[in-house]
Design a protein around this ligand. Structure first.
Ligand SMILES: N[C@@H](CCC(=O)N[C@@H](CS)C(=O)NCC(=O)O)C(=O)O
Length: 226
């Protein structure tokens, strides 16, 4: 099948285990679910900002069980680079792209500060994601508790660590950490996460500012204009 725009593969093209083991394709391939969200989308954005011609391999939930055990950690995203075994875990994927393409600082202390914030975003996901599998009253109670407790504290800590941000985490230049912060805010901004207000982060201007600056970046706009 000829690749569609952004080199998307369809479910029928899902890589088999031999593909994943060998990673001997001609160009990088990112595998994630077929949705513009979360860990997969921030890796897609990082690859796009890095100017890498990559295969955007999107799989359906139905195709996932057959692939899960073939991935390094049973999770997506997975990045395959020609000549290397598949690489999983979102932050290491982002750091590899970021270090190679000027989207992560060279200074080791500065880099560690970025990585701390990246981990902060992962902790947000680890706390909120379990509620996705809940239903009814249990989901409502769990999310209301998150809004009052964890999410409020999470946003305060994010804002504290964005003290000198303008417009991005490290000032004028976009880095992979900004892509993660953008995706974290965007998760709730559309108001589609039941029991978590769309305005959950509205009182945190620096956090919102990073979200907006990434949204308004010309390369990010170009990605969504495709
Ligand atoms: N620590 C992993 C977590 C990855 C993760 O949980 N990915 C989700 C999608 S965002 C997933 O693979 N879900 C399917 C499953 O766990 O079976 C990372 O940072 O990449």
């Amino acid at each position: 099948m000829a690749p569609a725009k952004r080199h998307r593969r369809r479910e029928s093209d899902t890589p088999n285990s031999r593909d994943m083991e060998k990673a001997n394709m001609a160009r990088p391939r990112l595998t994630y679910f077929d949705a513009p969200v979360s860990r997969g989308e921030e890796c897609r954005l990082a690859l796009h900002l890095a100017g890498i011609d990559f295969e955007d391999n999107r799989i359906s939930q139905a195709a996932w069980p057959a692939l899960k055990e073939q991935t390094p950690y049973g999770t997506l995203p997975v990045l395959e680079l020609p000549g290397h075994p598949p690489l999983a875990q979102t932050n290491p994927i982002l750091l590899l792209i970021g270090r190679r393409h000027g989207l992560h600082p060279n200074d080791d202390f500065e880099a560690a500060q970025h990585e701390a914030m990246m981990q902060h975003v992962e902790e947000l996901r680890h706390n909120v994601s379990p509620t996705i599998r809940m239903a009814g009253a249990e989901k409502k109670a769990a999310r209301e508790a998150l809004v009052a407790g964890f999410l409020a504290a999470w946003a305060r800590a994010a804002e504290r660590n964005l003290a000198s941000a303008a417009p991005f985490f490290a000032g004028a230049n976009i880095h992979v950490v900004d892509l993660k912060l953008h995706m974290a805010v965007r998760w709730f901004l559309g108001g589609k996460v039941d029991h978590i207000p769309a305005t959950i982060f509205a009182a945190f201007p620096k956090l919102m500012g990073v979200h907006d600056a990434v949204r308004d970046d010309s390369r990010v706009k170009a990605w969504y204009a495709k």
